[in-house]
Ligand binder design. Structure first.
Ligand code: ATP
Ligand code: MG
Length: 377
């Protein structure tokens, strides 16, 4: 906050208008710590760059410059209005308009359309403060036109309902219901970002109820997964716990989410967490095979608790490389050439060691091995 105010001060001293805008004003008024800070200014991007030592051109074509002061980044954007939406997706052009009013008017919801001066005076042209008090999410202006301009706003309304524990205003909700189909035009990456935020907010279930009630779920990839019973879902900061819950509840595997283009890392986490959760009872083998994060995700589904990192650390070995023997040792102890038997023998030793049935000791493993694999044949 201090840094954002400092940046506003610098812009003002240079003769420009500058205000804190958007979510940071909303969160400040709610007594919450804003996650990020946005400043709107009459200065053009090049003028902004001229005033600060460290800047990054994060979105200069959209009039945004990231200003870095005291290690904090603040997005400084030239006042703008977005005109000519033709495909319900993104503005075709961004005109720089030197007016705060125009800038606030193009924002999505009244609670996100307030500005604040460096002396913390709130500029509220669209009734955002009242809606904050009544815990209401209301589109700025005519909801139908706003959602046709950018259909993602419908999903954002649903996201904020959970994030803030607010209701969606009746007219705004009715408009989402009638425009729900437009969400199909939105790039899946943008959908996924919002859905991740829905899954990881404390009142996720409120958002998911809206998702279904508004009909938006019918137009989302694998939208039926939102229709199952979410009452037992306990959200965490990890959005994957929500996606995992959806798969588990619907008895689906990760391929059900193909439409969202999860990263390979996310897919592997989900797949392995589902496998861990499917294990009836967890034993040393489960702890050995799965990472702490996979165990944590799966444990939440099964409503079991444990210090998985601690439990894992107590295993005799953490991975194959911790085994006291390797393939070369085994070959040395026999006259046999490498072959599938070698992998089997290592896996068998690994299994016994993990379960504590064989000490992780070279001599002991050698004794076991010569008995099992050499002398018997
Ligand atoms: P948070 O950061 O807590 O998730 P936020 O309100 O800051 O919430 P951002 O996505 O960071 O949300 O956007 C910052 C501000 O930009 C919003 O408060 C809103 O004023 C405006 N905004 C963002 N996305 C849109 C959009 N699709 N249409 C209109 N205005 C938007
Ligand atoms: Mg923000």
């Amino acid at each position: 906050m201090k840094t954002a105010i400092e940046i506003i001060g610098t812009l003002k001293r240079a003769g420009f208008e500058a205000y804190l805008v958007g979510g940071a004003v909303r969160d400040f008024l709610l007594g919450k710590n804003p996650k990020d800070f946005d400043v709107a200014t009459s200065a053009e991007p090049l003028q902004v760059k001229g005033l600060f030592k460290r800047t990054v051109d994060t979105g200069i074509q959209h009039g945004t410059v990231l200003v870095l002061v005291n290690g904090t980044g603040v997005e400084v954007t030239t006042f703008r209005t977005e005109s000519d939406y033709s495909d319900n997706r993104r503005p075709d052009s961004v005109n720089f308009v030197k007016s705060l009013d125009e800038d606030l008017k193009r924002r999505d919801f009244t609670i996100n359309a307030m500005a604040m001066t460096e002396t913390l005076e709130v500029i509220d042209l669209y009734g955002g403060r009242k809606d904050l008090e009544h815990k209401i999410i209301r589109a700025v202006g005519d909801p139908d036109s706003r959602f046709r301009e950018d259909a993602l706003r419908m999903l954002r309304a649903v996201r904020f309902s959970g994030q803030l524990d607010f209701s969606i205003d009746d007219d705004t909700l009715a408009s989402i219901c009638s425009n729900a189909g437009l969400i199909e035009k939105i790039a899946v990456e943008r959908l996924k970002l919002e859905l991740d935020k829905i899954m990881s907010n404390p009142n996720a279930v409120r958002s998911i109820d809206y998702l279904v009630a508004s009909g938006l779920a019918d137009h989302l990839p694998a939208g039926d997964i939102f229709k199952s019973d979410w009452k037992g879902f306990i959200p965490t900061e990890d959005p994957l716990s929500g996606w995992l819950y959806a798969l588990w509840q619907n008895q689906r595997d990760v391929s059900a989410l193909a439409g969202y283009r999860f990263s390979n890392e996310e897919k592997s986490l989900l797949k392995n967490a589902l496998a861990a959760a499917s294990n009836e009872s967890w034993d040393a083998g489960t702890f050995y095979r799965h990472t702490v994060r996979q165990l944590e995700l799966a444990a939440r589904l099964k409503r079991i608790h444990g210090d998985w990192a601690q439990i894992k650390s107590e295993l005799p070995v953490q991975s194959k490389s911790d085994l006291a023997v390797n393939g070369r040792d085994l070959m040395r102890w026999t006259d046999r050439k490498s072959g599938p038997w070698l992998k089997d023998a290592i896996a068998a030793a690994e299994q016994l060691v993990v379960y504590g049935r064989l000490a992780n000791d070279k001599e002991k493993i050698k004794e076991w091995f010569l008995h099992e694999y050499n002398c018997n044949e």
